[in-house]
Design a protein around this ligand. Structure first.
Ligand code: CO
Length: 498
């Protein structure tokens, strides 16, 4: 490897190290930091962030990039040069003044959003949303795009994906999925989900969640599981992954499925190539692919009949007070209840994507200048009625429910639905080469599935962009068919539909 590349990659690694320090400080502030530490922590994080920004935009990086582009042969080196170029261009195209303004407006907007949501008062949030949209339009124009403004924002979370591609997929999905949800809503059979709201002692939940994370392959030698208000997965990379969850004694699902979800993210991190630690070649490729890993374990494995055929006896003896007299069939139906609802984060796997599609349509129109902030509630409610057949009683349960827009995250929502679609396509491909997969899941053997994910997805880091990765792993471009087949095959019998 050339001396230039050696200097370049040493600098890139240090930027990665700084980023991981920031992630740990952030993890700590969500888990163990005493309240009194808040101001000091803010100062620590802000210093690290500005050091990172300074290094990332240093002219030296620009010089190295122009010397190295087209002159490296090794795939990892090519990935690093390509991805550092992308980050460098993004960062240097934005004037410092705009970046400062955006971070200030974001802090104020998040605060205003919290209050507006508590009061269910959209009018109080509208001016902030309007200002943020305006700033993000400026960001998009400066970063540049080929198709439309929204592409520049989406590219940050799902590299290479465009609004037009997302639209094509979502438009095809919207009708059939919405019809299926309405069929389920009208079905005579209704699972009794109240069994999941009996008493589930916290200590038993902790033990059981940890046991499941271990069983599916999360490595506690290189990771931890702790408690936070909102569950997440972060850390230092494959060698040190931090998962969090939360426990409700009157609700079974959040801890068990939350842990499987975060462990899915965590196992992706643990499967990234350690030899490329702290560099793009050793990092996850996109939010959508990340979410595909969490959804695959949470839903395709964790909410399957086979998984509980194996594990339910143990589950029942763990929670004998609540589940002692509940049959497997009733438990399985309850954890798979499908119901049009207002809140995205509580949505089941059939309705979930519809929540995302409406957000995508609205934020794309906002960024594209086809919708003004003040008109969001009306657009929101009309779309809810259209796709889910329900109307939110207030803005708190409508367009004010998510923090994303107040945090300046536009172009982020689609990655959740893309994750579900990728997961279905990956799972279908895995099943094709592993005909015994469902039997393995029943027997509690997850090693082959994890090895398949490692070999096909995790070990590549950022080498292939999401579109390319999906094509390589499944032999075709992103498609809605595997997801639609999956939900129809799984939920029709549960609801007595043909
Ligand atoms: Co996730």
């Amino acid at each position: 490897m050339s001396a230039t590349y050696e200097s370049f990659i040493a600098a890139v690694r240090e930027i990665g190290v700084l980023g991981s320090v920031e992630a740990l400080l952030d993890w700590d502030s969500e888990t163990y930091m005493p309240e009194g530490g808040l101001m000091a922590r803010a100062e620590q994080i802000s210093l690290i962030a500005s050091l990172t920004h300074e290094r990332r935009t240093s002219p030296k990086i620009g010089e190295w990039l122009s010397q190295l582009e087209g002159r490296v042969d090794d795939p990892a080196a090519q990935t690093n040069v390509r991805e550092v170029r992308r980050a460098y261009d993004r960062a240097t195209k934005l004037p410092a003044e705009l970046v400062r303004r955006l971070s200030k407006v974001t802090v104020v907007s998040k605060e205003a959003w919290g209050k507006a949501r508590a009061d269910s008062d959209f009018a109080a949030f509208a001016p902030h949303l309007s200002e943020l949209v305006d700033l993000k339009r400026q960001v998009a124009d400066l970063v540049g795009y080929r198709g439309e403004r929204y592409d520049a924002l989406l590219d940050e979370y799902e590299p290479g994906m465009t609004a037009a591609e997302v639209e094509a997929v979502f438009t095809a999905l919207r009708g059939p999925l919405s019809d299926f949800v309405k069929q389920i809503a009208a079905a005579p059979r209704k699972p009794d989900a109240s069994i999941l709201h009996r008493h589930f002692p916290r200590a038993a939940q902790e033990k059981f969640s940890r046991r499941i994370a271990e069983a599916i392959g999360f490595d506690f030698q290189c990771g931890r599981l702790d408690v936070s208000k909102h569950p997440f997965c972060s850390g230092v990379g494959p060698v040190d992954v931090r998962l969090t969850t939360r426990y409700y004694e009157d609700f079974f699902s959040p801890s068990v499925f939350g842990v499987m979800h975060e462990a899915g993210h965590g196992m992706y991190e643990q499967g990234l190539p350690t030899e490329h630690l702290f560099t793009p070649a050793g990092q996850a490729v996109s939010l959508g692919i990340h979410e595909s890993q969490s959804r695959l374990w949470e839903n395709f494995v964790g909410r399957s009949r086979e998984f509980w055929e194996g594990l339910y006896p143990e589950c029942r003896s763990n929670f004998s007070e609540a589940l002692g007299s509940v049959a497997l069939d009733d438990f399985h139906a309850a954890i798979n209840i499908v119901e049009p609802s207002f809140i995205r984060v509580e949505a089941d796997e059939v309705t979930y994507n519809l929540h995302i599609i409406l957000r995508f349509e609205i934020e794309r129109a906002l960024i594209g200048g086809k919708l003004e902030a003040r008109d969001v509630p009306e657009a929101w409610n009309a779309k809810m009625k259209e796709v889910l057949g329900i109307t939110p009683p207030d803005a708190a349960r409508g367009c004010l429910q998510d923090i994303h827009w107040s945090a300046g995250l536009f172009g982020y929502f689609p990655t959740y639905a893309l994750g579900n679609l990728y997961a279905a396509q990956f799972f279908e491909a895995a099943e094709k080469v592993m005909p015994r997969l469902r039997g393995d899941i029943r027997a509690g053997n997850f090693a082959d599935l994890l090895a398949w994910l490692r070999g096909n997805i995790h070990q590549h880091g950022m080498r292939y962009l999401p579109g390319e990765l999906v094509q390589r792993v499944t032999g075709r471009p992103l498609s809605i068919e595997p997801f639609l087949n999956y939900v129809r095959t799984k939920f029709s019998p549960l609801y007595g539909l043909r």
